[in-house]
Design a protein around this ligand. Sequence first.
Ligand SMILES: *[C@@H]1O[C@H](CO)[C@@H](O)[C@H](O)[C@H]1NC(C)=O
Length: 404
Amino acid sequence: MKVSLSLAALGLLAACHEAAAAVHTVRLKKTRETPEETLQRLANTGSYVAQKYFGSGSAAQLGALQGQVVPLNADGSAAFGVPISNFMNAQYYGEIDIGTPPQTFGVVFDTGSSNLWVPSAECSSIACFFHRKYDHSQSSSYAKNGTDFAIRYGTGSLEGYLSQDTLTVGDIAVEAQQFAEATKEPGLTFAFGRFDGIFGLGYDTISVKGVVPPFYHMVNRKLVDEPVFSFYLSDTANGDDGEMILGGYNSEHFEGDLKWAKVRRRGYWEVDLEAVQFGDDEIAMSNTGAAIDTGSSLLVLPTTLADMLNKKIGAKKNFAGQYTLDCASVPTLPPFSLTFGGVKYTLDASDYVLNVQGQCISGFMGMDIPEPLGPIWIIGDVFLRKFYTVYDLGNDRVGFAKSR
Ligand SMILES: *[C@@H]1O[C@H](CO)[C@@H](O)[C@H](O)[C@H]1NC(C)=O
């Protein structure tokens, strides 16, 4: 009797373990854009990235990690910004539910920021008019918090407050997740973005108001098997445009073994960029970071290098500030490689040049991100479409392998 009971108990434990061991898949879709919208999104990369990486105090927050002075608000709180800049700059998004019964939102899963926010039902800005809005009065699992949340953004600001509710993503229910509901969203930039909100997957060190990011709750409450998530941003057999795995990775979607690079600074998913190669020219880099950013479209690098590369590929700046080149030259252009963790990752010209319905745009964008955050490169979709990436929060490292 006793034995059979413990066997039953063991069976139960095994079943529980299996359930917990399951990885959770989140389907990703690409926004359906007209060529004009794609060109506009790419042209806007600069301002989005600027806002995200050194606007509104993001760099200041990292400065705080390094014991440097952080600007303070009137109430003495740290003047950190939320990196919402890439609102329209990512192309891949997925769905989440908030509340009971569930209210559904399309969000960018963004490794370059650390907060979750969605538009509020109380928002009357034009931008909110075009998006799904969270109505806490319709949710039985809502709990009030009310702490103000404001993000300076260009000429206006995104304003709102913190709330708490059940979040469901990839079949994982996270109870009492704090997030921001935006009651005011500035400008037309937001109005025409295709996503309702942002789901930050960066480190908690850059989370505005110290809100615990959703993935941290999943790990702490053992809702995922491993403290790991991963991204595949290419077309899948079932017609999705990509997938995010919570709690592990999907080896069906990469070739060979994952190779790891250590996170050099916990904030963004930032690794050391050890070397860069274009054709036969290789440059060793020193003290340069590379933020692996699922919320950005292009490769963002210091202007001197971007100018040099764009010149070498014959890209010229057009009236919109984009570097365009003759598509006919693409097959003749040399490969471009980045080295992380001692491994060289190579992009062909057909990877680093984007063909937007016959118009060819360089994937290299120049931007000088100042110290203490910089020098830092931002590694967006141009790279992530070719390489599967794994974000290991338990071991502070990023894994790479060629996608398939
Ligand atoms: C609201 O959330 C913040 C951030 O987690 C927390 O510090 C604060 O105590 C909360 N306030 C209320 C009234 O629950």
